[in-house]
Design a protein around this ligand. Structure first.
Ligand code: AMP
Length: 281
């Protein structure tokens, strides 16, 4: 695997690959790689000849300076994992390389970025869109792989490619979980022992929501989830929403939509975790 830090070298390398008629699969990440990321690399391997991973902790998508400061960074370990997963190229730019000048682009995603993560992390999705659009322009992949764990992000990236007619296929990948059900996340390593012990409650609660979604009303389910987290002193529910899978509009009754996904954000101490479960599609 080749590791490249500059945009120009990445462009040259990918041009030479495309001239050979090879297809490029791309997995953008912020590093501290776990099996969720590696699964995206493996999925990309199945469908493309040349695999590019980027590792860039994008400062402009962090609305909380402490979150940016504490975000795990472990490039040497990451490189080993990518070599094992047979990634071909790692693009690992500096902040100066990506933003020689501040990028003030403002995107309009309508209502998609006003709810859930967008409501609680102002500016987050604009920062994500700036970096992903830049990365797509540098890597020019045929296909790009994104995890369902960050479901709202997936929907917004999809919208970004439509709005700007970016010729890339967005491939959604199933959330990879620990044995106890906790969705893998780079932030999990920031949990204390006792926080890690209770973290599986997030997905357990989502599974209970799915079971009850056959007969309970949405407002009953919301009450149920709020009650579940009130029981745990060290957990704070930030939001729980049941939304249409395409518009991300909140559903008030089951008849409102033909698809539904339940999305959640929870604080364990200072660590914020998100997860979701498809109720029907
Ligand atoms: P991140 O490094 O957290 O920005 O994530 C990079 C990509 O990996 C995004 O498309 C995430 O949705 C995806 N990802 C993160 N965690 C998981 C997981 N547990 N399962 C599947 N994909 C994931």
């Amino acid at each position: 695997m080749k590791t490249v830090n500059t945009i120009s070298e990445t462009r040259d390398l990918i041009n030479s690959i495309k001239i050979q008629g090879k297809t490029v699969g791309f997995v953008p990440t912020m590093g501290a790689l776990h099996d969720g990321h590696i699964t995206l690399i493996r999925e990309a391997r199945k469908e493309n000849n040349f695999i590019v991973c980027s590792i860039f902790v994008n400062p402009i998508q962090f609305n909380n300076p402490n979150d940016l400061k504490n975000y795990p960074r472990e490039i040497e370990k990451d490189i080993k994992k990518l070599v094992e997963a047979k990634c071909d190229l790692l693009f690992h730019p500096s902040v100066e390389e990506m933003y020689p000048e501040p990028d003030n682009t403002i995107f309009d995603f309508g209502d998609l970025d006003k709810v859930m993560e967008g409501a609680f992390r102002p500016g987050h999705f604009n920062g994500v869109a700036v970096v992903v659009k830049k990365l797509f322009e540098i890597v020019t992949p045929h296909r790009a792989y994104f995890g369902m764990k960050d479901y709202q992000q997936l929907v917004i990236i999809h919208q970004l490619t439509k709005d700007y007619e970016i010729p890339v296929e967005i491939v959604p990948c199933t959330t990879v979980r620990e044995k106890d059900g906790l969705a893998m996340s780079s932030r999990n390593q920031l949990l204390s022992k006792s926080e890690r012990k209770i973290a599986p409650i997030i997905y357990e609660t989502l599974k209970l929501v799915k079971v009850q979604s056959g007969y309970a009303t949405i407002s009953e389910l919301k009450d149920f989830v709020h009650d579940q987290f009130r029981k745990h002193k060290n957990m704070k529910l930030e939001y729980f929403e049941i939304v249409d899978m395409y518009t991300l509009k909140s559903i008030r009754t089951w008849a409102d939509s033909r698809t539904a996904i339940a999305c959640i954000a929870v604080y364990l101490g200072n660590v914020r975790l998100i997860d979701n479960i498809i109720l029907f599609s």
